[in-house]
Design a protein. Structure first.
Length: 764
């Protein structure tokens, strides 16, 4: 009898498309790997005939099902390794899959097709490169090479890269490739307003240049494989015959090109098993289509649906809260998670006064848990937007609690934040050459390589700072007129900003610098997917300066923060975005910022409507189900936005959490109902036992989005006097107790005695 793990003598995996070997006799007793499965998991493993969709809820053991199914097919002799195609989304997952299967079958498995979509497509294309106009030794370009090539093409088309950045153009091209669209198939409605309306022509030129270079980018790996399958029926039939079984992990995250690729290959034996969770589809922004998993039964008539609903991770209260929340989505196949774990704590929902109080509460809870021997590694703060990490980072640093930012940089290490801080450093210290060099041509001011070399040469020769060298060069002829004008304008700007530093607060100064330098406009004009997040970080940076009396104090603070950034301690609190947390789990999860406009994010609602809202709700579901024993949701009644305090309404997701699984912890004196009484300020929220209600909101002050400046009162400055009743956006109502120029001392009814600037106060 032939061994299903052995290749026939003289044969190759790619050529062997004959019948599978005779199946070995089925053992009398079940193999050990089946006995460790629950009933649903076992059903998914043993369903070896025809299409199968495994709906695997969070924490239900999908990886165990995938690897056991692979081992089971091999052990039954239904296919040999090279007749099985297993698709993952990461190389790490592929390695883990190989290791687990080897453990099940007791030996390493050679010759099989396990890997990512891109790796498997590259393997196919190396064999059939000529069919798509390449040679087998084609090069796969990285992003830097792609951008350089696109910049050359944009220049050849006489397109201003400032208005149509290469990165933005590349993003559009990659989205087309994710949808399986070659240049000749891009419809007019799919073309954004970029590159003077010549995007399709540029796409075609880009593809032509890649062919000339015998190169592809990552999007091409799938696109060319599709072209191969659609254009050569014989090649397609070969792979359809060869792959007797196809297994796909994270099917809910597939894009259109990946979906088409899989559907073509599965038409042979139709033994395709897709594992995924429609409730965890959260990557539409990078091309994922939740519709792929929702229409599985239509694509593969007669498909069997197996639901994995027993959760091994979270307590009943956490699962109950998450399950009820996600039922508000209409676009789902439906399942109900359950567990045999102890009941545990209810999900805690906490309302606080503002973002600073939220960070303080989270920090205090982390310290309290750590004092009870709760490992920091097992705690995570999951935010909707990257800019939210700043307040938590600074609070943890103040407390001396080590932390790590997963999937991204610490706030003050982010490119746009470092650029902005470089401007502030030059204002505070004109001789700071490192900072000056960083921003002298950011945004681009026409200072080419030759001009910068001249600047450095004079600086070194005369032993002076770069800014002093620049001041000399603007009065000589060493530089071209355009470069001299650019340097002169920049030096004038810095002189003006230094003068302004003594007259306005650091936050207003920062906003002015970011606008007048053109740095903010540079990111507003940038069409790349990262640009909105970078702008949010800059706005958060401006807000951070509100807490300091002057620019020097802020820069010293940043230096101390950066000094504490490196730590050899392994036990650290985890900070990350909700998107970055998928696939992870922790004992305790903090979920801050559950407010309308922040979560669900307003941009998702504006751009995608109901579809965007449902993905935001899936993101909330993912966040809750990361927690094993403790989930703490929080929202703030006030949030600083664009350097202005505004009332914030609790997220609609808070209302959608079921009372039987939730404990509402309301800050005394802030909210009504269980909050300790007291009149609510306009715009505040309150819990009435049935849900979070809303008081009448004060008319919102106009925000100047173009300049980011905090709004000033129209007309002449208001005059205040002791005893006068006033309202402050952050602290609410109070009475003036002392006046010192534009600074007021106020006894607030709820916030106590505070010193504030009069421009943030309204007379009542």
């Amino acid at each position: 009898m032939s061994d299903p793990f052995e290749l026939a003598e003289g044969a190759s995996p790619a050529d062997d498309a004959g019948p599978a070997p005779d199946a070995p006799p089925v053992p009398a007793a079940d193999p050990p790997y089946l006995n460790i499965l629950n009933d649903s998991q076992r059903a998914a493993v043993e369903a070896t005939d025809g299409p199968v969709l495994v709906l695997a809820g969070a924490g239900t053991g999908k990886t165990r099902v995938l690897t056991t199914r692979l081992a089971h097919i091999l052990m039954l002799g239904l296919a040999r390794p090279w007749e099985m195609l297993a698709v993952t989304f990461t190389n790490k997952a592929a390695r883990e899959m190989k290791d687990r299967v080897a453990a099940h079958v007791g030996r390493a498995v050679e010759g099989w097709w396990v890997g990512t979509f891109h790796a498997l497509s590259a393997r196919i294309l190396r064999t059939h490169a000529e069919a798509v106009g390449l040679t087998p030794d084609f090069t796969i370009l990285d992003e830097d090479d792609q951008l350089r090539l696109l910049k050359q093409i944009l220049e050849a088309h006489d397109i201003d890269e400032k208005k149509s950045p290469a990165r933005a153009v590349l993003g559009v091209i990659q989205r087309w490739k994710d949808r399986g669209l070659s240049p000749d198939r891009v419809a007019g409605a799919d073309v954004p307003d970029l590159a003077n309306g010549r995007l399709v022509e540029i796409y075609a030129d880009y593809q032509g240049r890649l062919k000339t270079l015998n190169a592809v980018d990552f999007g091409d790996l799938l696109l060319h494989a599709l072209e191969l399958f659609q254009g050569d029926a014989e090649v397609l039939a070969k792979y359809q015959r060869m792959f007797r079984y196809i297994l796909v992990d994270e099917y809910q995250d597939t894009n259109v090109a990946q979906y088409l690729w899989l559907r073509l290959l599965a038409q042979g034996h139709k033994n395709i098993c897709c594992v995924g969770d429609d409730d965890q589809s959260i990557y539409s922004w990078r091309g994922a289509e939740v519709g792929n998993i929702l229409r599985f039964e239509k694509d593969f008539p007669g498909a069997r649906i197996v639901r994995l609903e027993r959760n091994y991770r979270s307590t009943p209260h956490i699962l109950g809260a998450a399950s009820v929340l996600i039922t508000h989505n209409e676009g789902r196949l439906g399942k109900t998670l359950w567990t045999e774990l102890d009941e545990g704590e209810k999900v805690s929902v906490r309302g606080v006064w503002d973002g600073e109080e939220e960070a303080r509460a989270v920090g205090d809870e982390i310290e309290a848990l750590h004092a009870k021997d709760h490992a920091l590694n097992e705690m995570a703060v999951l935010v909707r937007a990257g800019f939210q990490t700043r307040e938590f980072e600074e609070r943890l640093i103040t407390l001396g609690v080590p932390y790590r930012v997963i999937g991204g940089q610490r706030f003050y290490e982010r490119l746009e934040v470092r650029d902005a801080i470089a401007y502030f450093r030059v204002i505070a210290q004109p001789a700071d050459d490192l900072a000056f060099e960083r921003i002298v041509n950011v945004p681009k001011r026409g200072l080419g390589k030759a001009a910068l070399q001249t600047l450095h040469h004079l600086s070194r020769a005369d032993g002076m700072a770069l800014s002093m060298a620049a001041a000399r060069l603007i009065d000589t002829d060493e530089l071209r007129p355009r470069a001299r004008r650019a340097l002169a304008g920049l030096l004038e700007d810095f002189a003006r900003w230094r003068g302004l530093a003594g007259a306005v607060g650091p936050a207003e100064l920062a906003a002015t610098v970011l606008d007048e330098s053109g740095y903010a406009d540079m990111w507003r004009a940038n069409k790349s997917p990262e640009a909105p997040g970078r702008l949010e970080n800059l706005k958060e940076l401006v807000a951070a300066l509100e807490e300091f009396e002057n620019l020097a104090g802020f820069l010293e603070h940043v230096s101390l923060v950066m000094e504490n950034a490196d730590s050899s301690v392994d036990d650290k609190v985890n900070l990350m975005t909700l998107h970055g947390a998928k696939g992870l789990e922790f004992e305790t999860v903090f979920l801050p910022g559950w407010e309308e406009g922040l979560f669900p994010h307003q941009r998702a609602l504006d751009e995608d409507g109901v579809k965007g809202l449902e993905e935001e709700r899936r993101l909330a579901y993912v966040g809750l189900t990361r927690a094993r024993h403790r989930a703490i949701v929080s929202f703030a009644a006030n949030r600083r936005i664009y350097n202005q305090w505004q009332s914030a309404l609790p997220s609609r997701f808070v209302d959608e959490l079921p009372d039987e699984h939730v404990e509402h912890a309301v800050q005394p004196g802030l909210y009504g109902g269980g909050g300790g009484g007291g009149e609510l300020s306009d715009g505040a929220a309150f819990f009435d036992g049935a849900g979070w209600g809303r008081r009448r909101r004060r008319p919102a002050a106009t925000i100047d989005h173009a300049t980011w400046q905090a709004p000033r009162h129209d007309g002449p400055p208001q005059a205040f006097e002791a005893g006068q009743r006033v309202f402050h956006q952050k602290f609410g109502y109070g009475h003036v107790t002392a006046v010192d120029g534009n600074k007021l001392e106020i006894a607030f009814e709820k916030a106590g005695n505070k010193k504030v600037v009069d421009s943030f106060v309204d007379a009542v």
